[in-house]
Design a protein around this ligand. Structure first.
Ligand SMILES: *[C@@H]1O[C@H](CO)[C@@H](O)[C@H](O)[C@H]1NC(C)=O
Ligand SMILES: *[C@@H]1O[C@H](CO)[C@@H](O)[C@H](O)[C@H]1NC(C)=O
Ligand SMILES: *[C@@H]1O[C@H](CO)[C@@H](O)[C@H](O)[C@H]1NC(C)=O
Ligand SMILES: *[C@@H]1O[C@H](CO)[C@@H](O)[C@H](O)[C@H]1NC(C)=O
Ligand SMILES: *[C@@H]1O[C@H](CO)[C@@H](O)[C@H](O)[C@H]1NC(C)=O
Ligand SMILES: *[C@@H]1O[C@H](CO)[C@@H](O)[C@H](O)[C@H]1NC(C)=O
Ligand SMILES: *[C@@H]1O[C@H](CO)[C@@H](O)[C@H](O)[C@H]1NC(C)=O
Length: 478
């Protein structure tokens, strides 16, 4: 509900949920922004979608509002601002400012000097280049001949035109905790960029997704002694970068989707002993997970290995050395190209959640053993029971419907093979023709049609969307 009212600020504080327009006659000085008072401790200055191209004056009322320790959100979302000029002071102890989706190409020196309690700054979706990002833009108040620091904790620079960062960029932002550099044409983490990153010693969250990088120099994260979370998705890595091991003592969340990696092996996660969650998805070239791949991850709780459409093979030794001190609770293997899993791949009954939908499961005795005897069948989430793709007569059946008692009747020629294709059908056809059950061609055609129909319908089944660990949601202002 919008109330157009002119009222004194005392009334604002009394009446809840009132949106006050700066409707005092102010001539051309009238602010285009609206103040929204949630309560005395929570104030929003809405300057979004106003078609403004300059930073405006704040509404007059702001002067009387807010307590010393209140939270203030100022949003300029979706305007045409090109130049971030110095902002006027606002009350409050925690200030969040969003310039998301503007046309910023310039930021003035001292732009935030009067808002040194700014803890959150979103500059994403602009046209900011590395040259614009100088240390001077973050200078705090000037006292006794020196500039002091600002409180900035979260800085979103995503979707800009950054190739490189100034080595002194974080000189005045010692409390920087979350840095988003995603969707910038960085290509190479050069010497100065690395010096800049290393100077942000309190950094806990770093997003380098979609930055066109294929390598992280060995010492790049040397100074980041608190790094907890990193996203390296959508880049050109052929391997999981070895340089991550330098932050192995602190790193808890690694997201490594959509890279041209071909295999995971015992070198992939070396040193990441504190990792709690790992996500490796949408890696179209990934074919194999080799022995001891996950062995260094002695604290891992959640593994997302999904949407790797060419992933056909996971070594039965992939979790070698982990089984005695098993920590994994959730394992998601959905939407890969797997057909078989080894019975001793992991202690299946120790899992809490298991995802296996969207693969080409060959329902053989091993799978029956995993699902029934080792109780993996009880770990699937409601409505996410995987289907058999093979052998033919079980195509489309739930894998939880396959019981060990059926096992001896399974055609062992299938069990010996990896994967499934039409050529696999031949021995069965011969068997059928020997038994005089129809003609090879007739049955083959019917089976083919059925298989395709089942497959189409199975493919149509809505795949669980890939789950990204949303590192943005960490902030109270996101
Ligand atoms: C401020 O109000 C908004 C909108 O109701 C709410 O989402 C937010 O959590 C509040 N923040 C604080 C710090 O109270
Ligand atoms: C801010 O104002 C714009 C334009 O009037 C409106 O579309 C938007 O919903 C407002 N946002 C908030 C958080 O009130
Ligand atoms: C921003 O506003 C323009 C119109 O001024 C609109 O076309 C565009 O879709 C908006 N962008 C976003 C991200 O909402
Ligand atoms: C940005 O604004 C400042 C202050 O008004 C001005 O000095 C500077 O020339 C402007 N920069 C650009 C690129 O417009
Ligand atoms: C940085 O954080 C510490 C601890 O919360 C705080 O004492 C200090 O004032 C902050 N620095 C700035 C410049 O706000
Ligand atoms: C699973 O088995 C039940 C009962 O045995 C049967 O009704 C159901 O159709 C089967 N479902 C699938 C998809 O195999
Ligand atoms: C899955 O693997 C089979 C061989 O096992 C291959 O023929 C098929 O093309 C693969 N599927 C996809 C989607 O790549």
């Amino acid at each position: 509900m919008l109330f157009h009212k002119t009222m004194k600020q005392n009334n604002v504080l009394v009446i809840l949920s009132v949106l006050v327009y700066g409707s005092h006659a102010q001539g051309e000085k009238k602010s285009p922004c609206d103040i929204f008072v949630q309560d005395v401790n929570n104030l929003t200055l809405n300057c979004s979608r106003r078609n403004i191209d300059k930073i405006p004056l704040w509404p007059e009322e702001i002067k009387g509002l807010g307590e010393k320790d209140s939270h203030v959100l100022i949003t300029f979302f979706n305007n045409s601002i090109t130049n971030v000029t110095q902002l006027s002071p606002v009350p409050g102890n925690k200030i969040a400012i969003s310039f998301k989706s503007n046309k910023i190409v310039e930021i003035e020196d001292d732009a935030f000097r009067k808002i040194d309690r700014m803890v959150y700054l979103d500059l994403s979706k602009n046209s900011i280049s590395g040259e614009v990002l100088r240390s001077e833009i973050f200078q705090g108040p000037y006292n006794n001949g020196v500039y002091s620091d600002i409180a900035l904790e979260t800085l979103n620079l995503g979707f800009n035109e950054i190739h490189s960062l100034d080595r002194y960029l974080f000189q005045y932002t010692p409390n920087l905790t979350r840095l988003y550099l995603n969707n910038n044409p960085i290509e190479i983490l050069d010497h100065v960029t690395i010096i800049a990153l290393s100077s942000a010693t309190k950094l806990e969250v770093l997003d380098l997704s979609k930055t066109d990088i294929d390598n992280i120099p060995l010492d790049a994260f040397k100074g980041l002694v608190k790094l907890r979370q990193i996203d390296l998705s959508g880049n050109f890595f052929l391997n999981v970068p070895e340089s991550l091991s330098i932050v192995g003592k602190t790193l808890q969340y690694l997201t490594f989707n959509n890279n041209p990696i071909i295999e995971l092996n015992d070198d992939s996660f070396v040193g990441l002993t504190n990792l709690l969650e790992l996500e490796v998805g949408e890696n179209e070239n990934l074919e194999e997970v080799k022995r001891s791949t996950f062995s260094p991850l002695t604290k891992l709780r959640v593994l997302h290995l999904c949407h790797n459409k060419n992933l056909r093979y996971i070594s039965h030794n992939a979790f070698r050395g982990l089984k005695d001190k098993w920590t994994l609770k959730e394992v998601y293997l959905d939407d890969n190209n797997l057909s078989e899993l080894s019975t001793d791949l992991m202690p299946w009954n120790k899992l809490e959640v298991l995802g296996m939908t969207g693969n080409n499961w060959l329902c053989n005795c091993d799978l029956a053993n995993i699902v029934t005897k080792q109780d993996a069948g009880s770990k699937f989430r409601a409505g996410e029971i995987p289907y058999c793709a093979a052998p033919m007569r079980l195509n489309g059946a739930f894998i939880t419907n396959i019981t060990v008692s059926f096992c001896p009747t399974f055609d062992t020629t299938f069990a010996a093979k990896r994967g499934f294709s039409f050529s696999d059908l031949r021995p069965k056809h011969i068997l059928w023709s020997i038994l005089g059950v129809g003609t090879v061609v007739g049955i083959g055609m019917i089976c083919g049609i059925l298989f395709n129909a089942a497959k189409t319908c199975y493919k149509k089944k809505f795949c669980q969307p890939i789950r990204y660990i949303n590192i943005n949601s960490e902030s109270s202002f996101a």
